[in-house]
Design a binder for this molecule. Structure first.
Ligand SMILES: *Cc1c(COP(=O)(O)O)cnc(C)c1O
Length: 435
């Protein structure tokens, strides 16, 4: 058994070997076709228009199987608009997972609402349907669902709770490009979805995002909030195109109600058209490679890859930031931080989860966005739902029971076997690490 690099042995991999320079790990994939699409926008001086964005929206709506897609300058902006469209306002409450990126839910504060965070399921790492209902009150407007690291959330159970209480479901599909829930594309299942397409995401266009919905009214509300040029009447931009038909919204046409300008830069839209052409095929390559890798990793003690059961009808799409469950009790108590440290010494790109529970962050306890001399989380509401340490046990313990690893885009068995072999070496030598 070769010596661990962290104990002075030679690393299993050369520095930087397992990076984007290795073809079976390279992501996102861009070719000359992508470059030409961007150049044509530049040469046509069309960066700020909407004609290419509208083509992209149509193509993307077809891909996800939804009626309406609206382009945004970021995923954060799309989620903000989705919340407003669902009626989230001052004094309201929004239920969301705590273990996620802040943009899932933080914009609720700027609408004067507060967060009531729910715990997650320890296997799926998505909202636990059993921790939602007791949090709903007459001020609850929306449940935000994150398909965490591409794993679809339990949508049937969550939709049933939401329907029963007349609360909207907003999907944050920023991790789940290409992920299927019982044959349907995530993002097209709830009332509305916000989705990021920034460079780090699986469908990577730069700084961009979309709203996805089958609900015409929510779509029109999003347009009136931040897409001034499509409000349809009372301006010179789109007078012949009736994007807004709802008379309540038409009377505000011409100026976005949210005072926002949220549209997508057309460099991103043009890139999106090209990326979309190849995305399904690339997702198939990722799925094949990652399932093989997961089967191999699951043979090792203490590890269990975060993925849906094979016959479930659920998939992880493009496997955003692959994540593995880690059970220290099966590894003589070796903390995940020590495991990660030893793997990194072998030049393996293995990292901690990266997200930490939001419910303990001061923004949700103290931030005073409206200069009222009191936290926004309290300013308009009828009750204090701020949560402290211990409130959400699964969310709080998960960072110490998970790690993230590489996404292979092609089934490169020799390299994947070496990759797993390195994990095995560290696990077999755990006695050395515990000394
Ligand atoms: C990246 C991300 C966002 C925000 O998207 P941006 O495009 O960066 O604004 C929202 N939610 C989740 C879960 C994300 O990972």
């Amino acid at each position: 058994m070769s010596k661990l690099a962290i104990k002075g042995g030679t690393p299993d991999f050369e520095a930087q070997y397992l990076s984007n320079s290795t073809p079976s790990l390279c992501w996102p994939v861009y070719t000359g076709e992508d470059e030409n699409a961007i150049l044509s926008v530049l040469r046509g001086r069309k960066m700020s228009g909407t004609d290419i964005t509208k083509q992209f929206e149509k193509a993307y709506a077809e891909y996800v199987g939804a009626e309406h897609v609206l382009g945004y300058c970021s995923g954060t902006a799309s989620l903000h608009a989705a919340m407003w469209a669902c009626g989230v306002g001052a004094g309201d409450e929004v239920i969301a997972p705590s273990l996620t990126y802040w943009a899932t839910c933080t914009a609720a504060l700027s609408l004067g609402a507060t967060l009531n965070f729910a715990d997650i399921d320890p296997e799926t790492l998505c909202l636990d349907p059993d921790d939602i209902e007791h949090r709903i009150c007459d001020r609850t407007r929306a449940i935000i669902v994150v398909h965490y690291m591409g794993h679809p959330a339990d949508m049937d159970a969550i939709m049933a709770i939401a329907r029963k209480h007349n609360v909207k479901v907003i999907e944050d599909a920023s991790h789940s490009h290409g992920s299927l829930y019982k044959g349907r594309m995530t993002g097209a299942i709830g009332d509305i979805a916000g989705q990021s397409m920034m460079t780090g995401k699986s469908f990577a266009l730069g700084e961009a995002g979309v709203v996805i919905t089958n609900n015409r009214n929510l779509y029109e509300r999003c347009i009136s909030y931040g897409h001034y040029e499509r409000t349809g009447v009372a301006n010179n931009f789109n007078s012949s195109e009736r994007y807004i038909t709802d008379p309540e919204l038409v009377k505000f046409a011409g100026i976005p109600m949210g005072g926002r300008k949220d549209r997508m830069n057309q460099w991103c839209s043009a890139l999106g058209m090209v990326q979309l052409k190849y995305f399904a095929e690339r997702v198939r390559g990722i799925e094949e490679a990652m399932q093989y890798l997961a089967d191999e990793m699951d043979k090792l003690p203490g590890l269990k890859v975060h993925r849906p059961a094979k016959e479930s009808g659920l998939t992880k799409g493009a496997w955003y930031s692959p994540t593995c469950h880690y059970a220290p009790e099966e590894l003589d108590g070796l903390p995940v931080s020590k495991f990660i440290e030893a793997m990194q010494a072998e030049n393996m790109p293995i990292f901690s989860l990266g997200n930490f529970p939001l419910h303990q962050h001061t923004v949700f306890h103290e931030a005073d966005l409206f200069n009222q001399g009191q936290p926004t989380a309290l300013a308009f509401g009828q009750r204090d739902v701020r949560q402290g340490k211990g409130a959400l046990p699964v969310s709080e313990i998960t960072p110490s029971r998970t790690f993230r690893y590489s996404r292979f885009t092609k089934l490169d068995k020799p390299l994947i076997d070496r990759y797993v072999g390195c994990m095995k070496k560290v696990i077999d030598n755990r006695g050395e690490l515990l000394k």
